[in-house]
Design a protein around this ligand. Structure first.
Ligand code: SAM
Length: 275
């Protein structure tokens, strides 16, 4: 018998993958968690019926949420990730030679446990000595810090449940305060095809707080529509001013100097959302 998993991405669209087995399911304090094995994308982490990451395409998202900011900041020593309990962003962050400390603030400890057990390729850096893993609400953590981090990455779930506040203007103001005077934030901001209103609103909110705001794109097959956006707020450094020779050399599968620049080239319908 063939088994298929479908994520209903909008009222009218879904993604369907043939699966070989369900490895784990549980109801945590915050969400329904599942790890399934698919033929096309390998093992897949699903929260509340939404694909979070898969073994085959995770590199795109994790490299792009991390390396654009890491290579825009000249000295990214102290970096934090809010959400991101799978550990993929942390694995990328500690590749950068300038990083001395990477803090992960994930609200749901069960996501970290399941990722370490079933997705070790992604979670492999969570026990690195440079990494501080905290099971806390990211909103509370950020509100308790001032002038502290060089880079903050918001690697959140979709804006439902505990992640709603991670897309709010008040939260971006707290991030601004938690960053040092030349700090940078990047948030994952969903699909330009399916989440146009969210992208417009978040871009406007971040532009009202940070002097430099930029949107960039990446192609991620298992995320709704396959085209994904990230919004950067920067106090001082412009990602478009980065020189090719200043991009640190370490192994990546998607990110490179040309992608760093090209990711900011926006199709007209996306540029329209930012006006
Ligand atoms: N790459 C993913 C995506 O775009 O679908 C996100 C992956 S990561 C697993 C998202 C994490 O954010 C989840 O594990 C969730 O528990 C966490 N999260 C949601 N709200 C949070 C909050 N307020 N503070 C900290 N973590 C939160």
């Amino acid at each position: 018998m063939e088994l298929w998993y479908t994520e209903k991405q909008t009222e009218n669209v879904g993604i369907t993958c043939k699966i070989t087995q369900t490895l784990h399911t549980e109801k945590t304090e915050f969400q329904d968690l599942a790890v399934i094995d698919t033929l096309q994308f390998g093992r897949m982490l699903v929260l509340d019926g939404m694909v979070q990451t898969t073994i085959k395409d995770e590199f795109v998202y994790h490299e792009m949420i991390s390396h654009v900011a890491l290579n825009t900041h000249p000295n990214p020593a102290n970096v934090m990730v809010i959400g991101g309990g799978d550990g993929g962003a942390i694995r990328e962050i500690i590749k950068h030679p300038g990083v001395q400390k990477a803090t992960l603030v994930e609200i749901d400890g069960k996501v970290i446990e399941a990722s370490k057990k079933y997705l070790p390729e992604i979670a492999c850096a969570l026990d690195d000595p440079k990494v501080d893993v905290r099971v806390e609400d990211g909103i509370k953590h950020i509100a308790e810090h001032e002038n502290h981090y060089d880079i903050i990455l918001v690697d959140s779930t979709e804006p439902v449940g505990p992640a709603v506040g991670l897309f709010a203007a008040d939260f971006y103001r707290s991030i601004y305060r938690a960053l040092k005077e030349d700090g940078i934030m990047v948030a994952q901001t969903e699909s330009p095809f399916f989440n146009a209103d969210l992208i417009s609103r978040v871009f406007k909110d971040i532009s009202a707080i940070f002097p430099i705001t930029r949107l960039y794109l990446a192609s991620i097959p298992t995320y709704p529509s396959g085209l994904w956006s990230f919004t950067m707020g920067s106090k001082k450094y412009d990602p478009l001013a980065v020189k090719e020779e200043d991009i640190a050399q370490y192994p990546t599968k998607y990110y490179n100097a040309a992608v760093h620049k090209g990711a900011f080239a926006l199709p007209n319908f996306v540029a329209e959302l930012l006006k």
